[in-house]
Design a protein around this ligand. Structure first.
Ligand code: ADP
Ligand code: ZN
Length: 353
């Protein structure tokens, strides 16, 4: 399996390394990007059971203490964050020591925020074990926990010291979790690189290369817009409708599944407004290949008001959507909510006839 390195230059510079067997080299990478001696290894029960021992062994020479959380979004809380910070203090972590996040987005977001807060910021190394966190969360420096009032409401921007994406660890992902990640992979294909879409259609072989291309696209967009106010918003393709669907489902629908539906309808909207033509059937086929949904399980009357609440629309009532113009090219378009509702309803009415 090939190995790829994507260098990210934001407020700090770090490498995202993608390849096989990287977890077994965790110690060497940790030594190369931090001066840590003590390490808090954060993981969830599923991931720790499979990979905890190998990573701990690979960090021989470091003083490693595990902090293992329950799998699932529920652990992304202020309560777990407080426990994690206390565990860091209990293990005697100092300013140069490190937090290692071994797991998916939940582990990465939580451990990253703890690293941002502990002693006003210590190094952390991300080892994403889901496809979603590999392509989505390993670049951008967004860390957060959820509050009772909403997802990711308490967070910080904090860049990792390095990111190790061991693709062999993705082999044990449940199929639904793999599909969630593929939705984001396909997103990169539509917004920037049609080659990615073709690779997804061929069945996502050559995963390290595919992940590296996605990470490089996100890197380019984030470097141009670290604080998320401009071109980075293109990464939001499929997410305006997607976030509304996640909320409507009480977060039982997976992020990738929600984004899949969102991408299909953003594309149908672009077709309806004359921005593009004939793109949605190919996109739907590609998503369905991975068992992803392509139509919403909730009515638009319920979803559109939830889109108005999307934090990305701060200050205005208009709903900003990312719409495709052609494969690899998108544009931001703002709709008044009434018009959006009318258009989405019309799309479904036409689809039925
Ligand atoms: P996401 O990256 O989608 O936010 P989560 O952190 O919520 O992912 O993880 C999704 C689920 O997949 C969790 O139950 C987690 O324990 C499990 N998981 C993560 N990585 C792996 C892996 N490599 N093999 C098996 N299960 C995994
Ligand atoms: Zn996403």
């Amino acid at each position: 399996m090939d190995q790829y390195t994507v260098t990210v230059r934001t407020s700090t510079t770090y490498d995202v390394v993608i390849g096989a067997g990287l977890l077994g080299q965790a110690g060497a990478y940790l030594r190369s990007c931090t001066a840590a001696q003590r390490v808090l290894l954060v993981s969830d029960r599923n991931v720790y059971r499979r990979y905890g021992a190998a990573v701990t062994q690979a960090m021989a020479g470091f003083s490693v203490s595990p902090f293992v959380i329950e799998p699932g979004e529920g652990a992304k809380s202020m309560e777990t964050l407080a426990k994690l910070l206390n565990a860091a203090a209990g293990h005697g972590l100092r300013r140069q020591d490190g937090i290692v996040a071994l797991g998916g987005g939940v582990v990465g977001d939580l451990a990253g925020l703890a690293a941002a807060l502990y002693m006003r910021g210590i190094p952390y190394v991300q080892m994403p074990t889901t496809l979603l966190s590999a392509v989505d969360a390993s670049v951008g420096g967004k860390t957060a926990v959820d509050l009772p009032g909403g997802k990711n409401l308490a967070g910080a921007f904090w860049q990792p010291a390095c990111v190790l994406c061991d693709c062999t660890a993705l082999d044990t992902l449940p199929p639904g979790e793999f599909a969630n990640g593929m939705a984001e992979v396909i997103k990169y294909g539509v917004i920037r690189d049609p080659e990615i879409l073709s690779a997804a259609e061929r069945g996502a072989t050559g995963l390290p290369r595919l992940i590296a291309r996605c990470v490089a696209i996100k890197r380019d967009l984030v470097e141009a817009d670290e604080r998320d106010v401009g071109v980075r918003r293109l990464l939001n393709f499929g997410h305006t409708i997607g976030h509304a669907l996640e909320k409507a489902s009480g977060y039982t629908l997976g992020h990738g599944a929600a984004v899949a539906v969102g991408m299909v309808y953003a594309t149908k909207l672009a077709e309806q407004t004359g921005l593009c033509a004939g793109m949605s059937p190919r996109l739907s086929r590609c998503l369905e290949k991975y068992g992803l949904p392509v139509s919403p399980a909730y009515p638009w009357q319920m979803l559109v008001p939830l889109m108005e609440l999307d934090k990305k629309n701060a200050g205005s009532r208009a709903v900003t959507m990312v719409l495709p113009l052609t494969w690899g090219q998108c544009q931001l378009v703002a709709f008044p909510p009434e018009e959006l509702l009318a258009r989405l309803t019309e799309i479904d009415r036409e689809d039925k006839t």
